[in-house]
Design a protein. Structure first.
Length: 227
């Protein structure tokens, strides 16, 4: 299920907006999906693109900018609990289903976008939005997942439901797996060394994953599997 945005001004809740369509616009003009009547808000201030369970926020070159959790953003992959500020209003992103979906592996491998460096966050948001738009244009990869092959949680599995999943350890080695219409792609995000697949360095270029591939990243081995 997609998430929702709760519009607030101070302690007052002004409305709840389910992210149940591909594109939702936010701004001062009445033709927006979420109208925010404040002079600090641009006519068309920002938009949210939603594909399946994932939502991506993009500033539309607004005058005063779009902030998430106090940081100015251009593009941002929304996470449960994020606070978006435009002008004097706030929008809280709620998606409890995705907040709990990574519990089994999060302590070992899954990285929340907020833990990445600013450059890595921007790359992840760019990649995630591009993937979501590609999926919307037609087709969707068949279900796949990851199985931990080493470490304290060896044997645990998770399904790759998101358009973009970040893996590794911030500051050490980070990669992303992108869900695209024609399959899944592994991309190096940050770190001095790139991940390996089947004991071979994948380099800086995106690598298309195949059934049974074993990825080694930040000292952990994980296997890619189609469902």
């Amino acid at each position: 299920m997609p998430g929702k945005l709760i519009l607030k001004f101070g302690d007052s809740i002004l409305g709840e907006y389910p992210l149940d369509k591909e594109t939702l616009t936010i701004g001062r003009k009445p033709n927006n999906d979420i109208t925010v009547e404040n002079l600090a808000v641009s006519g068309h201030h920002s938009r949210v693109i939603t594909i399946l369970q994932d939502s991506f926020l993009e500033d539309l070159n607004s005058t005063n900018g779009t902030y998430v959790n106090g940081k100015l953003i251009q593009k941002h992959a929304l996470q449960h609990g994020d606070i978006v500020k435009i002008g004097k209003h706030e929008l809280q992103y709620i998606n409890e289903e995705t907040a709990m979906s990574d519990d089994d592996m999060e302590k070992t491998m899954i990285i929340r976008p907020s833990a990445l460096s600013a450059a890595a966050q921007q790359q992840a948001a760019d990649d995630g939005m591009a993937n979501a738009q590609a999926m919307a244009s037609g087709g969707e990869a068949k279900p796949a997942g990851l199985k931990l092959m080493s470490g304290p949680n060896a044997g645990r599995s998770m399904e790759l439901k998101k358009a973009l999943t970040s893996l590794g350890k911030p500051g050490v080695q980070v990669a992303s797996i992108s869900k695209r219409p024609d399959g899944y792609v592994l991309t190096h995000v940050e770190g001095n060394s790139t991940p390996t697949v089947n004991d071979k360095d994948v380099g800086a270029q995106p690598y298309t994953l195949n059934e049974g591939d074993v990825i080694e990243l930040a000292g952990i081995k994980i296997q890619f599997q189609y469902k």
